[in-house]
Design a protein around this ligand. Structure first.
Ligand SMILES: NC(=O)c1ccc[n+]([C@@H]2O[C@H](COP(=O)([O-])OP(=O)(O)OC[C@H]3O[C@@H](n4cnc5c(N)ncnc54)[C@H](OP(=O)(O)O)[C@@H]3O)[C@@H](O)[C@H]2O)c1
Length: 479
């Protein structure tokens, strides 16, 4: 077999198959391989006219088909299957070759795999890929980690197949060493959870407080999509809300079971944030909201609990309320991204990745699920000041969130009074108010900790650690 393929893809389920086609459509010769070889055969039979494919049946043939340095993309089920594939292919590779894991791996696994393969001289490129099957085919947002050397050999190909932002720049960039790419993909998914939750809360408020129908709310979302909330998720929300179930003639959203599922990356974002000590309350509420929705028995057992009597709004009041919800949604979205970027900055500092936050915002502008006009603003904020301590420290965002805050608060008052849960909006506002606060009750928390556990505290007026003799004469000692 001649070593003619510039890249190889193993794992040809929906993502791998479409990624392989994307490479081929962009002029690359692609070797294809799958544990169940029939899938590789089917791909070539069905899409062979889209470009140059090299069908391979065995791992040995697959590796032999690749030009050097070999670029081997793995798109298999994340977890043990990835380790199994690495175990199968690594002995067949040579120093300088690279294994590119495009699955949704946990970044800690990526760090381990990178370390193990580095010892063999093989580059391991843990790569986040976002955009689902459509993105994989037509241009995803791609977040590769790994060595700079591997990016030099792989990056130009990824830049070619990735989505392009409105200004034409590719939605991929070298994120940083070892697990950096998968870490950023994880936080991307956490922000996606938060975005979806906030949109869902806006919908619920428009429906239950303002009294709009799903079709009317679809129109409201379409209007919002022409403004500063312009994004893929708002666009598809309007589509979903406008859809009518063919079997019943009811709004589609009314016939779907209200139990949200999750695959795990949102949960990882929160778990890692807890480890890093980063408050990602908006993302956490989004994960918990899905969890609450899934507890059907608990919900059934609680259905008769007392709640307020709903008071319908007049038509004029409903329209005014919808405008306020837009403000609350936008302000809460700024907070979600603030928290997500904080987590990326913290991960980067912890693992020495030196991640360029502006570049991350830039490559999320196209191809991925959270693509939005808004990301241009985030990129500009980091371009203006790379060491921005928080997105809320950006003058433009601070001004906008300040202008939104009255409406944001009013929406939460209405939600509370009408008994409509809005945990994402509420968590975002609480975070905003906590950051603004001159004094937090954490001082009291420290006092309590010192009382029951002699955990000591610091004072505002002088250096050092102190303990009060609570059980004695309550004098203070330096700890
Ligand atoms: N679906 C999405 O929207 C999306 C988006 C971004 C990232 N991802 C990630 O992309 C990866 C692929 O996703 P997917 O939905 O296309 O496929 P998937 O259902 O996650 O995985 C199926 C593929 O994995 C292979 N596989 C499973 N166990 C294996 C093993 N022990 N050894 C070798 N191959 C094995 C299967 O081969 P056989 O055909 O032989 O069973 C098949 O090719 C996953 O890591 C996923 O998390 C998915």
């Amino acid at each position: 077999m001649s070593s003619s393929a510039q890249i190889g893809v193993t794992g040809l389920a929906v993502m791998g198959r479409n990624l392989a086609r994307n490479f081929a459509r962009n002029g690359f010769t692609v070797a294809v391989h799958n544990r169940t070889a029939a899938k590789a055969r089917a791909l070539v039979d069905e899409f062979g006219d889209e470009g140059e494919f090299v069908y391979t049946e065995t791992a040995k043939d697959f590796v032999a088909a690749l030009e050097r340095p070999r670029r081997l993309v793995v798109m298999v089920k994340a977890g043990e299957p990835t380790d199994a594939v690495i175990k199968e292919f690594a002995p067949l590779l040579e120093p300088g070759d690279m294994i590119v894991d495009g699955g949704n791996a946990h970044f800690a696994d990526t760090r381990r795999r990178e370390r193990e393969l580095r010892e063999l001289g093989i580059h391991f490129v843990g790569t986040g890929v976002s955009g689902g099957e459509e993105g994989a085919l037509n241009g995803p947002s791609i977040m590769p980690g790994g060595s700079a050397e591997s990016y030099a050999a792989l990056g130009p190909m990824l830049e070619k197949i990735s989505a392009k932002a409105a200004d034409g720049s590719p939605c991929t960039a070298h994120i940083g060493p070892d697990g950096a790419g998968h870490f950023v993909k994880m936080v991307h998914n956490g922000i996606e959870y938060a975005d979806m939750q906030l949109i869902a809360e806006a919908y619920q408020l428009l429906r239950e407080v303002a009294g709009y129908s799903p079709a009317e709310i679809a129109d409201i979302f379409r209007t919002w999509n022409r403004g500063r909330l312009d994004s893929y998720l708002i666009e598809i929300t309007a589509e979903v809300l406008a859809h009518v179930d063919a079997a019943t003639g009811k709004p589609f959203v009314d016939v779907v079971a209200d139990r949200a599922e999750q695959k795990g990356t949102g949960r990882w974002t929160v778990q890692i944030a807890l480890d890093l000590g980063v408050p990602v309350s908006g993302i956490a509420e989004a994960v918990f909201a899905r969890s609450v929705s899934g507890h059907t028995e608990l919900r059934a057992a609680s259905r008769d609990l007392a709640g307020p009597v709903a008071e319908p709004l007049s038509k004029e009041a409903a329209a005014a309320f919808a405008d306020r919800v837009e403000q609350a949604l936008y302000a809460s979205k700024i907070v979600s991204y603030t928290q997500g970027f904080h987590e990326i900055a913290a991960g980067s500092a912890e693992y020495g990745w030196d991640i360029d936050l502006g570049a991350v915002a830039s490559i999320w502008r196209g191809g991925c699920i959270i693509r939005a006009a808004f990301l241009d603003r985030i990129r500009a904020a980091y371009d203006a000041r790379a060491d921005l301590p928080s997105l809320l420290a950006d003058e433009g965002f601070a001004r906008e969130i300040g202008a939104a805050q009255d409406d944001w608060r009013a929406v939460l008052v209405a939600a509370t009074q009408q008994g409509v849960p809005a945990p994402g909006f509420a968590a975002a506002l609480a975070y905003y108010d906590a950051l603004r606060a001159e004094r937090l009750p954490a001082a009291l928390t420290q006092g309590q900790r010192d009382y029951f556990g002699a955990h000591t505290y610091r004072r505002t007026d002088r250096e050092g650690s102190f303990h009060t003799l609570w059980g004695g004469d309550r004098s203070e000692v330096e700890a």
